[in-house]
Design a protein around this ligand. Sequence first.
Ligand SMILES: [Zn+2]
Length: 193
Amino acid sequence: MGKEQCRQVEFEGALIEYRLIRKPVKNINLRIKQVQDVVVSANERVSAVRVDAFVLSKGPWILKILARLQCQPVLSPMPAKMTKDEKRACSQSFQAVLDRMIPHFEPFGVAMPALKIRCMKSRWGSCAYKQGAITLNSRLLQAPEACLEYVVAHELAHFIHPDHSSHFYSLLSHVMPDYKARKKLLESQGRML
Ligand SMILES: [Zn+2]
């Protein structure tokens, strides 16, 4: 007879709740039926701690499925190493946004910077204004384009104001009047740790 237990694990700040059902199955099985219904079955000999660890190991996948079911895009943790194709896709789409945004900054004397792409944990982008380079987080590839544009504009604005002063923000709102909404969207969708 199946015993059922409600358990939860925390994955990168997100709580994953699941129903643990004891069944004479061989391995640990995980199914997602609908939003908030993650079902894991395991036999009696597998400890709950091991099942928790198993669910945690499936964290990126579970969050992706749940997000799809909720129609809410979530940035899943990306592997630090990208494949060649991912790298190419990243630099093409980031460069395209940069090409589109730079004309707004050229009147202020900003020249096209070198573009670097890295998978970063704690920031979306950075600007090395002395070196004439900006670095963008490869995880932005999964973000809405409006957010990517915002990060690019933010970093380009740092070539004029390398700080977060009121001058910086007034320039940013001049170039991108809806930057606050874009920033909010990015904050609501990006699970950055
Ligand atoms: Zn900044």
